[in-house]
Design a protein around this ligand. Structure first.
Ligand SMILES: Cc1cc2nc3c(=O)[nH]c(=O)nc-3n(C[C@H](O)[C@H](O)[C@H](O)COP(=O)(O)OP(=O)(O)OC[C@H]3O[C@@H](n4cnc5c(N)ncnc54)[C@H](O)[C@@H]3O)c2cc1C
Length: 465
C-alpha cells in the first residue's frame, strides 16, 4: 500500500474488498459488492477493446486523462453513461495550476474561444465591503491565464479535442459501468446500456480508472459502506444569464462567508458588446442535518420564491443581483456535499480520479483543477513505471495526501475563509478592514490556501523555467 494512506485522514468508509493479495492484486473471483459482479456473458455489441486504459466517465477528469495518455502514446477508451456530451451546467473557474497542464496539451486557443480570461478577484462581506482583492491569471504574473468558463462548454471542448485526436470511437456514450474484475493480466469491465440495462458489453484493458464523479460506482465497489455524500446543510442555487457587464467585464466577486455567499463572474461574451453571459451562485445554510436531500434534488430546477429572499440579503454596490436572478431562464439547486478522504484509491490495476477520488466543497475553485492535476500525474506515472501496479500506487502516493488537504481546507471555507474571519469579528460591517484583520493575516489565509492547493505563483511558473 502507498505510504500516503498512513498520512491521510482516516475515512469513515470501510474498505469493502477483502480480496487483495499481498502484491495488491485482487483475486479475480472475489468481488466486494454484489452489484458489481460480472455475469460472464458478452451480448450483442461485445467488444474486446485492446486499449491499455479503460476510463469510466467523460467529465473534465476523464477527458483530460484521455488527452494526456494519447500525448504519451498510451491507448485508452472512455465509457460514459450519458447519451451525449452536451454543454449543460453553469460556470467554474479553472486556475493557472490546471491551465498550465491544459496549455501543455495545446488547448489555450480552444479555451480562449469558450471562456473568459479572469483579471481580478474581489472578496467582500455580505454588504459589499472589500475584504481582499487581487489580480488573477496573467494580470497576477502567471505565465498562463485563469479562465472563468461554462463547465459544460469546457467539457464539450475537451470532448471535441478527444474525438479529433483519438478518433471518433474514443468515447463510447450511453454505456454505464455495471461491473469489473481484475486478474494478473488485466482488467475486464462490463458495461450496459444506461437507459435500460440491455446490450451487455465486455471490454479488456491493463488499467481501469474510475473518473465517474461524486456518485462513483468504482469507489462504491471498494467502499460499499460509505453511505451518502456528507452535506454541510448549504443549498446552492446556480444560474447563467445575459446581463450588463460589471467592472472590467472579466472580474469575479465572492461576497459573504460560508453560511451565506454570493458568487458572480462572466463566463462568455454576451448577446451584445455591453453584456456578458454571467454566472451567479447563491449559497445559504438551510439545514443542520448531515444527510443530503434525495438524489432527485441534486439538480432540481430552482424557484424564484425560494432564492430571492436569500438573494435580497446581499448588497454589492453597483450590481443588481435580484435583477440578474429574475432574468435567468432556468436555474438549478444542489446541496453542497463532499466525502471524507479515502485511505486508498488504488486497488491493483484499478484507481480513482477527480470527484470520484476526492469530492470537495466548491470553494477555492479547485474541484476540476485537481482532477486535471490528477490526470497529469497518472499519465506521467503510467508512461514511466515498469508495471501498472507501480504506476497507480505512485500516482496515489503523490495525489491522495495533497487532495485530502484541499478537502479539509475547503471544509473551513478555503481561501474564502478570510471573509468568514472578517464577518465573525464585524458582522455588521467595518470602516477599516485593516483594523479588523491585518493585511498579513488576510494574506496568510488567501495565499496559504493557494500554496496548499498548488497554485501559488512560484509553483505554477517554475515549471516553465
Ligand atoms: C457549484 C459548483 C461550483 C464549482 N466551481 C468550481 C470551480 O470554480 N473550479 C473548479 O475547478 N471546480 C469547480 N467545481 C467542481 C467541478 O465541477 C468538479 O470537481 C469537476 O467537474 C469534477 O470532474 P470529474 O470529471 O471528476 O467528474 P464529473 O464531472 O462528475 O464527471 C463524471 C462523469 O462520469 C459519468 N459516470 C458516472 N457514473 C458512471 C458509470 N457508472 N458509467 C459510466 N459513466 C459514468 C458521469 O455521467 C459524468 O459524465 C464546482 C462544482 C460545483 C457543484
Amino acid at each position: 500500500m502507498a505510504k500516503s494512506s498512513k498520512k491521510s485522514k482516516p475515512a469513515k468508509e470501510q474498505a469493502g474488498s477483502k480480496s487483495l493479495t499481498q502484491s495488491g492484486a485482487p483475486k479475480a473471483a472475489k468481488s466486494g459488492s454484489a452489484v458489481m459482479v460480472i455475469d460472464g456473458k458478452s451480448g450483442p455489441g461485445a467488444f474486446a477493446g485492446p486499449a491499455r486504459v479503460i476510463i469510466i466517465g467523460a467529465g473534465v477528469g476523464g477527458l483530460t486523462l484521455a488527452l494526456m495518455l494519447h500525448q504519451r502514446g498510451i491507448s485508452c477508451q472512455i465509457y460514459e453513461q450519458a447519451s451525449a456530451i452536451s454543454p449543460i451546467g453553469a460556470g467554474i473557474n479553472v486556475l493557472p495550476h490546471a491551465i498550465r497542464e491544459l496549455a501543455d496539451l495545446g488547448l489555450i486557443g480552444t479555451l480562449d474561444k469558450v471562456g473568459v480570461r479572469t483579471t481580478e478577484l474581489f472578496y467582500m462581506n455580505r454588504i459589499g465591503q472589500i475584504v481582499w482583492r487581487e489580480p488573477r491569471g496573467i494580470a497576477a504574473g502567471f505565465e498562463v491565464p485563469q479562465y472563468s468558463i461554462h463547465r459544460g462548454r469546457l467539457q464539450k471542448a475537451l470532448y471535441d479535442t478527444v474525438i479529433e485526436r483519438l478518433g471518433p470511437g474514443a468515447v463510447v456514450t450511453g454505456r454505464k459501468l455495471a461491473g469489473f474484475i481484475q486478474d494478473e493480466g488485466g482488467v475486464t469491465a462490463h458495461l450496459v446500456d444506461s437507459v435500460d440495462g440491455s446490450g451487455s458489453m465486455t471490454v479488456r484493458g491493463e488499467v481501469l480508472v474510475g473518473a465517474d464523479g461524486i456518485h462513483s460506482a468504482v469507489r462504491a465497489h471498494y467502499y460499499p459502506k460509505q453511505g451518502l455524500p456528507s452535506w454541510n446543510g448549504i443549498q446552492m442555487w446556480r444560474g447563467v444569464a445575459d446581463f450588463p457587464a460589471f467592472l472590467d467585464g472579466q472580474s469575479m466577486i465572492i461576497a459573504g462567508g460560508m453560511a451565506a455567499k454570493f458568487v458572480l463572474y462572466p463566463i462568455a461574451p454576451g448577446e451584445t458588446p455591453e453584456t456578458r453571459l454571467t454566472n451567479w451562485v447563491v449559497n445559504v445554510r438551510v439545514s443542520d442535518t448531515p444527510h443530503p436531500p434525495g438524489k432527485e434534488s441534486w439538480s432540481r430546477r430552482g424557484r424564484l420564491d425560494e432564492v430571492l429572499p436569500y438573494a435580497r440579503r446581499f448588497e454589492v454596490p453597483g450590481f443588481d443581483l435580484v435583477s440578474l436572478i429574475k432574468s435567468t431562464d432556468a436555474f438549478y439547486e444542489y446541496p453542497m456535499c463532499d466525502r471524507d478522504p479515502l485511505p486508498r484509491w488504488t486497488h491493483g490495476r484499478i484507481t480513482l480520479l477527480g470527484d470520484a477520488a476526492h469530492p470537495m466543497y466548491p470553494v477555492g475553485s479547485n474541484g476540476a483543477g485537481q482532477a486535471i492535476l490528477d490526470a497529469r500525474m497518472l499519465a506521467d506515472r503510467l508512461k514511466k513505471a515498469e508495471h501498472p501496479y507501480q504506476a497507480l500506487l505512485e500516482y496515489e502516493e503523490d495525489r491522495l495526501p495533497k487532495t485530502a488537504e484541499v478537502v479539509a481546507l475547503n471544509r473551513k471555507g478555503g481561501p474564502e475563509r478570510v471573509i468568514d474571519e472578517v464577518e465573525k469579528r464585524e458582522p455588521a460591517g467595518f470602516t477599516d478592514v485593516e483594523r479588523v484583520l491585518s493585511y498579513d493575516e488576510r494574506r496568510a489565509i488567501v495565499r496559504g490556501y493557494a500554496g496548499k492547493a498548488g497554485y501559488a505563483l512560484q509553483q505554477v511558473n517554475k515549471k516553465a523555467v
